[in-house]
Write a protein that binds this ligand. Structure first.
Ligand SMILES: N[C@@H](CCC(=O)N[C@@H](CS)C(=O)NCC(=O)O)C(=O)O
Length: 76
């Protein structure tokens, strides 16, 4: 269990960008996979994290970021 959780989906989703940055920087994170084809992003559990219903979202403690470029920028 780490401070950082990345909510993501593959392949070819915007969440690939922050995931790459986390890997490259060696930041340990918990992976929370969402199946967009199953509309997991619109389920209440995830909407409580990101009301926009889009991925990625990254939680770091109480902070939640939902823009892949911002997450990538912070990690990079
Ligand atoms: N501006 C956001 C866009 C995120 C976004 O549009 N993600 C798509 C997947 S690449 C998504 O979650 N789509 C699900 C939906 O719209 O239901 C970012 O780049 O982080």
């Amino acid at each position: 269990m780490t401070d950082v959780t990345l909510y993501h989906w593959e392949p070819n989703a915007n969440s690939g960008k922050p995931m790459l940055a986390l890997f490259e920087k060696g930041v340990a994170f918990d992976s929370h996979y969402l199946d967009l084809l199953n509309f997991d992003q619109h389920k209440p559990d995830y909407l409580a994290v990101n009301p926009l219903g889009t991925i990625p979202a990254m939680k770091h403690g109480d902070l939640v970021l939902t823009e892949s470029t911002a997450i990538h920028g912070i990690c990079g």
